[in-house]
Structure formats: structure tokens, C-alpha cells
Design a protein around this ligand. Structure first.
Ligand code: LLP
Length: 431
């Protein structure tokens, strides 16, 4: 039986979530493996699906994706090490791991050198440092160029990664310098990459595809070849009721057309990659929290739970919307009926942190909003939906709160894929 008020994986029944919360305590991250499998299937038309692991970097999730033939993107030495730990390597023309960044530190230079990991460079400085660090090893080391096409788009200003206000990517006028550095160091250009932000809109997408064709033509005119292009990530998911799901077939058709135009121009096949994070994992995940206090403050009804923005920061950081369901645990029979019914209460849902912004129902400007949710009492469970992407991976230890545990549900089975951190572990770092 489920009383959840938002689409959720079929395995997320009230009983299942209640028993997971009882067994592992709250706050608790739960992921459904079948949802991840289903999302991968929707992108099979692309030659390579490369998971932007910043969305959810748990090594067990990476292993699951690897078993499905999905490759991985890493943006730090830590993410490279997670990928290696999960069994990925840089073998094959379309390497299991690509390192994408706008700058590269010394430790990461050595890591990519040791493992032969292709670098997706967002600055000319990165190319120079890579070439210098590799020295004689530079010959044939694979490189992508992340291009900032001069415009961007995103669900919030903070997730727009194109245009002159964004720090990301190589500005088109730097392209000749980037190509000259590649040639001088003997690096091998594989392809061009563009990611202009998170949140799809097809008008922008058409512009990005046109820009990709144009920039590849510029590269060819400067005497270089390109065998692959990457569409980046950014596919949105329906966080709110009424939000459309991405039409992945349409999405593919636009990129496929761009790839075909290029193949005709270049006279050889062009490999097409896509690099989503959110699309693959957001809907698979939920954050479970227990209601610990209910109170009236002037005109506002507050429900306070044991998860805070140290766990799920998206609402506080971007005004990110996560649907919230209530699983009645107190007076369960009567109240489950209420939750199933139409009764909704305008509620401000907040966490335990000693900070006013620790509110899950707020807009992008930080204005607290009351949201209509089912009535909740102390002891009930709250389910924050669609929290599988940029949830656990953005958690912090603020207020000395240990990182929450993560559980992967796979059909009838479930297992802990990260145990709960302890305060002793945190303090030990300072001993
Ligand atoms: N590729 C690159 C180069 C990226 O920078 C990103 C995201 C992705 C792929 C994956 O984007 P996605 O498919 O997940 O939209 N923390 C924010 C999102 C930040 C995205 C940063 N880059 C959020 O919670 O919405």
C-alpha cells in the first residue's frame, strides 16, 4: 500500500519505507535500482551514455551503471578514484572515465597521467599544464575541448553554465590557442563537448546543436579532426506536478541530425555521447526523515523533521522543489485514510539546523512558503521525492551532523550502500 502523493518507484510502498527507516534510522537515502535501469534504457540510442557522477557518486550506484554499459564522467581526483574503485578504467577508444574541469590541480594531473584518462579541458591553461606534466607521455594522450558557445540556460542562475558570466568552457576566440597547444604538446583531440546548463528547453538545444556544428567546422578549418561530440547533460525531470518529462527521442533526433551533418562534412563517422546526471538517478531516490515537532507560529503551521539542508541542500541553495509525502506512522490506520484523501494542510517544512534558511519549502529568493501537504504528526515519516540527484552527493557535516546512510533497493532486496557516518569519525579527523 502506498499513500505517497507524488510518482515514486513501485518498490517505495509505505510498509517498505517504514521498515527501512526503522531498520536504518533517519535521515535515510533510499534508491531504487529498477528506476535507474529504466532511465538508462531511454538513452540507449546514444553511442555512449556517460554518467555525470557528481549527481550521485556512491560507488555501488556507479557499479550498477557500469553493469548497464554506462561510462562515467569525473570532475575531481576523488571522483576519478571512485570510478576506479567501481571498476571503471580508461581503456577503449571511448574511455570508461573522462575527467572534465576548467582547471586541474597537480595531484589530478598525475592521476590522469598514470591511468591514461582523457581530459575534457575547459581552459587553455589546463591543456598547457597537462602537456607540460605529461612531457614525453603526452604523445597521443586523449583530450576533449569543452566549448562555451557564448550562451547558456539553466533551472537557476547557479546552474547556467554558458555565456560570459559562466566560468565554464573555452571561449570560442580561444579555440585557435587551444588547438595550437594541443598540437605543440602532441596531445590527441578526440572531440568537442558542450554543456550549457541543467534544464532542457528545445529552442536552446537547437542553438547548441548549431553551435556544435559551427565549432567543429572551425576546428577542421584550423587543420584538426574530430571523431566525437558530446551533448553534455542537463536533461530535466518532472519535479513538480505537471512538469513534462524529457522527450528523449526528440532530444536524440536533434543531436543525431547535428552528428550526421558533421559526418557528411568530415567524411567519416562521428561518435555521439550524452552526459546526464540528474536524468539517470533523480527519480530513483528519496530522502526519508522523521517528523520531530509540529508547531504554529503566527499564521504558519510548521512541521520540523530530522533532515536538514546539510542533507538535502537544493531547496536552500536554488529554491529546488522536492515533492513531500507524509507516511502516517502514528494512529496509522485512521491517518493513512486522511493521507489518501483530499485533506491537505498549508505547511512550512523545515529541518533541525540552527539556521533560518533550513527550510525545504522556499522559493529561489529564500522566501519561506507554506506548501499543501497531508497532515503530519510527530513520529510520522516525510518522503522527499526525486532526491537521488544532487542529494547525498551535496550533503555536508554542518552543525556536526554525520552524513546519512544510503540504501539501494533492488526488487525484494535492499542493502546498505553507505553506512551512517559517526560523530566519532568526524572528531577523529581533528585528533
Ligand atoms: N556535464 C557537465 C559538464 C556538468 O557540469 C553537469 C552538471 C552535467 C554534465 C550534468 O548535469 P545534469 O544532467 O545533472 O543536469 N547541483 C545542481 C546541478 C549542478 C549541475 C552541475 N553540472 C542541482 O542540484 O540542480
Amino acid at each position: 500500500m502506498t499513500t505517497l502523493q507524488h510518482p515514486a518507484p513501485a518498490t517505495f510502498t509505505d510498509e517498505r519505507l517504514q521498515s527501512l527507516a526503522a531498520a536504518h534510522a533517519t535521515p535515510l537515502w533510499v534508491y531504487d535500482a529498477d528506476t535507474i535501469r529504466a532511465r538508462v534504457e531511454r538513452l540507449r540510442q546514444f553511442d555512449t551514455v556517460r554518467f555525470a557522477q557528481k549527481a550521485c557518486s556512491n560507488t555501488h550506484v556507479l557499479r550498477l551503471l557500469r553493469s548497464l554499459g554506462v561510462q562515467v564522467d569525473a570532475v575531481s581526483a576523488g571522483e576519478i578514484q571512485r570510478a576506479l574503485h567501481a571498476g571503471y578504467d580508461a581503456r577503449g577508444e571511448h574511455s570508461g572515465i573522462v575527467f572534465t574541469a576548467d582547471e586541474i590541480d597537480r595531484a589530478t594531473l598525475e592521476l590522469v597521467a598514470q591511468h591514461g584518462i582523457p581530459v575534457n579541458a575547459g581552459s587553455v591553461a589546463m591543456i598547457e599544464q597537462l602537456g607540460e606534466h605529461l612531457g614525453e607521455r603526452a604523445s597521443g594522450h586523449r583530450l576533449w575541448l569543452r566549448i562555451n558557445p557564448g550562451f547558456g540556460h539553466g533551472h537557476s542562475r547557479k546552474t547556467n553554465t554558458g555565456g560570459e558570466h559562466s566560468k565554464h568552457g573555452i571561449w570560442p576566440t580561444d579555440l585557435p590557442a587551444a588547438l595550437e597547444a594541443i598540437a605543440r604538446h602532441g596531445l590527441r583531440l578526440v572531440g568537442l563537448h558542450m554543456h550549457i546548463g541543467s534544464g532542457v528547453d528545445y529552442a536552446h538545444l537547437e542553438r547548441v546543436c548549431d553551435a556544435m556544428v559551427q565549432h567543429v567546422s572551425d576546428v577542421v578549418a584550423l587543420g584538426h579532426d574530430v571523431t566525437a561530440i558530446s551533448a553534455g547533460g542537463g536533461l530535466s525531470i518532472p519535479y513538480r506536478e505537471g512538469d513534462a518529462s524529457v522527450d528523449t527521442a526528440h532530444y536524440f533526433s536533434l543531436w543525431d541530425a547535428a552528428r550526421r551533418r558533421l559526418a557528411a562534412e568530415l567524411g567519416h563517422a562521428v561518435h555521439l555521447e550524452i552526459e546526464p546526471g540528474r536524468f539517470l538517478v533523480a527519480e530513483s531516490g528519496a530522502l526519508l526523515a522523521e517528523v520531530r515537532a509540529v508547531k504554529e507560529m503566527g499564521g504558519n503551521h510548521f512541521v520540523l523533521c530530522d533532515a536538514g539542508f546539510n542533507d538535502l541542500v537544493r531547496p536552500a541553495m536554488y529554491g529546488g522543489h522536492h515533492a513531500i509525502s507524509v507516511i502516517a506512522c502514528t494512529n496509522a490506520d485512521v491517518r493513512a485514510e486522511l493521507a489518501r484523501g483530499a485533506e491537505r494542510v498549508p505547511t512550512v517544512v523545515a529541518g533541525p539546523l540552527c539556521e533560518s534558511g533550513d527550510v525545504f519549502t522556499q522559493d529561489a529568493g529564500g522566501v519561506v512558503e507554506a506548501r499543501e501537504i497531508a497532515p503530519a504528526e510527530t513520529g510520522d515519516l516525510l518522503v522527499f521525492h526525486d532526491a537521488g540527484a544532487y542529494g547525498a552527493s551535496m550533503s555536508s557535516n554542518y552543525n556536526t551532523r554525520p552524513l546519512a546512510a544510503e540504501v539501494l533497493v533492488d526488487g525484494a532486496t535492499s542493502r546498505v550502500i553507505r553506512r551512517r557516518q559517526t560523530v566519532a569519525e568526524l572528531i577523529a579527523l581533528e585528533d
